[in-house]
Design a protein around this ligand. Structure first.
Ligand code: NAD
Length: 367
């Protein structure tokens, strides 16, 4: 088992050689390699100022280790701000496992990954993300207590995705209230891109509300399944961004709002679950603002999952989880108003609140 810890200065030195990874003074980045199980993973700890760095593990077939590093740096940074704006005493961390979750994930690999998590002594606490199931977290739990999102039968709070979806739904309603004057989504044309754990649950809420839902995914079986189950339309075209819609809901991977898509996007609102939707926060946030597209910051509205897994650490109940998740509606609406009053992008307005909370705690901790 080899664990390499790269410190901040090293990343700053090597970054220009390969292009810019999203390094932002992360506290620790750990490379995990294990030949026996084929595990190749990276754990990113962005900040532990507010508490242990909690964030899910993503298993994905990255094109290169550099791409995986970039992803884990961006994702772990986002987790710091998500916890901060949600008022949780958690820092920001995330892990990525390089590989195909369908064919390369084995119990041995998951347990070995758990051992690496354990070696960080609770500075990093994991959970599920793309490519992971509750059962995988149960395996990790066999070797370390530093894991959340485990099965209810094993004392956990279960799969966080339905709570994430509920929070996204709340954030979407707040964005609709701001943009259309009403939070009711009936008859609104909503495109959900990515109908995995979160996307499917979001589709259910939207259908219950009477929205006109279109779904897109690279997995055709899922499209058929979800379309039949909820009676929603399948989007088969190759340019979802140009389609006229009220709400675009990115629920697959990040960075779908980028140089190629941003001027094509034909939606009035963007509100989805995916982390890091803006490829470049400043540039793309600003263009959305100029184009009068109401963007609900991802790290704010997709916080339901972290609220749910945090409950495993703090022992609060379902009612409290739902209350905190529902409150995403109020916070999102406040952010839209604050951004409008201060002529800031919504992303910037939300980030400023999160950064302020971290800075205040840092000062308190140093006293
Ligand atoms: P998932 O793996 O269950 O689902 C992702 C879906 O996106 C899959 O169906 C996949 O086929 C599809 N997909 C991948 N690439 C696509 C593409 N290019 N176009 C269309 N579809 C594509 O993941 P999930 O748990 O539902 O998470 C979805 C997103 O929400 C991720 O970005 C994740 O980081 C974020 N998120 C999830 C949670 C949670 O509680 N699960 C919490 C916060 C944020």
């Amino acid at each position: 088992m080899i664990s390499d810890v790269i410190n901040s200065k090293d990343i700053q030195k090597i970054a220009p050689v390969f292009g810019q990874p999203s390094f932002d003074n992360h506290e620790q980045v750990v490379f995990c390699n294990d030949k026996d199980t084929g595990l190749k993973a990276i754990i990113g700890i962005h900040s532990t100022v507010l508490g242990p760095a909690l964030g899910g593990t993503r298993m994905w077939q990255y094109n290169s280790e550099w791409e995986a590093l970039n992803d884990v740096l961006r994702l772990s940074r986002g987790m710091s701000f998500k916890a901060a704006i949600t008022g949780l005493n958690l820092g920001g961390g995330k892990a990525v496992i390089i590989g195909d979750a369908k064919t390369q994930k084995t119990p041995e690999l998951m347990k070995r990954f758990g051992e690496f998590v354990h070696s960080l002594s609770g500075n990093y606490i994991t959970a599920e993300d793309v490519g992971m199931e509750t059962a995988d977290m149960d395996l990790v739990r066999e070797v370390t207590p530093y894991v959340t999102g485990i099965s209810e039968s094993k004392g956990g709070a279960g799969n966080p995705s339905p709570i994430t979806a509920y929070g996204v739904f709340m954030g979407m309603k707040a964005a609709a209230k701001y943009k259309f004057g009403s939070e009711v989504l009936e008859d609104k044309v909503v495109y959900v891109q990515g109908i995995g754990h979160v996307g499917e649950s979001l589709v259910e809420h939207l259908v219950d509300e009477g929205a006109n839902v279109f779904i897109a995914d690279i997995n055709e079986e899922r499209l058929d399944e979800v379309s039949k189950k909820y009676g929603v339309n399948i989007y088969n075209g190759d340019d979802i961004y140009s389609e006229e819609m009220d709400i675009y809901s990115p629920c697959a991977l990040g960075a779908t709002v980028n140089d190629e898509t941003i001027f094509k996007i034909n939606a009035k609102v963007i509100a989805g679950a995916a982390n890091n939707q803006l490829e470049n926060e400043q540039k793309h946030g600003k263009i959305l603002q100029e184009r009068n597209i109401a963007y609900a910051p991802d790290f704010l509205i997709n916080a339901g999952g972290i609220i749910n897994v945090y409950a495993e650490l703090e022992n609060y109940d379902r009612k409290e989880i739902m209350r905190k998740t529902e409150n995403i509606y109020n916070t999102t609406l406040e952010i839209f108003k604050k951004a409008n009053q201060s002529n800031l992008t919504t992303h910037h307005a939300a980030l400023a609140i999160a950064e302020q909370r971290i800075a205040t705690r840092k000062l308190e901790n140093s006293k």
